[in-house]
Ligand binder design. Sequence first.
Ligand code: MEV
Length: 442
Amino acid sequence: MGRKRDIIIKGFSKLLKEDKLKLVAEYFENPGEVIELLKSFWHSDESQQKLFDEFSENTITNFIIPYGIAPNVIINGRNYLVPMVIEESSVVAAASAAAKFWSERGGFKSEVVSTKKIGQVHFIWKGATTVLTGLMPALKERLRSDSAHITANMEKRGGGIIDISLVDMTDRIDHYYQLMVSFETRDSMGANFINSVLEEFAQSLKVFLSEQIHLDLESRQCEIIMAILSNFTPECLVRTWVECPLEQLDNVDEKLDGEAFARKFETAVRIAEVDVYRATTHNKGIYNGIDAVAIATGNDFRAIEAAGHAYAASGGQYKSLSHVEISDGMFRFVLEVPLAMGTVGGLTSLHPLAKQSLELLGNPTAPELMMIASAMGLANNFSAVKSLTTKGIQAGHMKMHLFNILNHFKASDAEKNAAVEHFKDQKVSFASVGQYIASLRR
Ligand code: MEV
């Protein structure tokens, strides 16, 4: 009959996994089948399954997303096989096609511009700003010494706190200040390190102020609102580009010569620089590539995307993250994007496939991974804009989507093979595939 949905569940997290599964199954008409289905996605190795269960909370099964490979990705002369985890058909194909195309034209060039990360302690202080400014040199020293037990290891790896400054925000919110802290976290994404340091700072700030006995009572107190890293990392930046003489674009489209194609492509990118509707889709195409690498390597794609979209809007208008330059007979397509990624810590070595992905990439440093992920962003962006400005997106997209449609109609292997042959020169749509399968079955 199905469980009543308006009942508040108490103590769900305390239940055993099997009991959580049973409880959830009660919300379906056919609980037995649901339990069987969900269990069929459990890992056959119990210890592996336990590992996955412990990544998150209230886990009842695993959600499988395809893991694909884009080969021939040449970056700064080095050839990579790039792992991509993504559910959307045609993303890996588009990335692979662009990688192959550019491998014949010098490959991707990439440079890491900077690797700084930011964290903030947000607090309310009711004294005079000049007093706080005057206390800063002593406070900074205190913050550094109080957090030395956390930073020692990171310093051994060449990282740590870069700078601490006071930001006066009292013109926006009464008595509101920030300690703005910049960090170098080497090969780790550094979220836990940064947040631990910031929480220590918050404590130290309170104690430090309380010790300033020459100040009035109110100025010896502050209210800590929060201490947290910022996912906006405009100074953890990578620049990646492809370039070639215009005539090397001659065969991209049968109707356009290299220069005409380049100009049309440039206009399409310009549109994403001036129109937010297009810019959002354009950048989404970039994150198709970047997110897929982020997930495959155990990185936090939400943080990466949040940074990118904030960066895209940092000039006051949300714009394309990539740009085209055409000069002296050369076409140049550039992506500049903040990418706070890690190759140690977090899930990178815990998730067996993330670990494997990093090994496949030759165990890169974090800056090298920034270059790889941005190259895949640029690759997907290039393929998308190339298709959009030539044959349109649906031709390729629907060809790749064909298997999804066939699976929807529960096509057998023989039907799939016949359909692939049939749709080589036919337009793929949900309706046309449905009709074709029906005709086969008649
Ligand atoms: C689809 O996932 C991504 C595209 O829409 C990107 C774009 O339009 O540039 C094809």
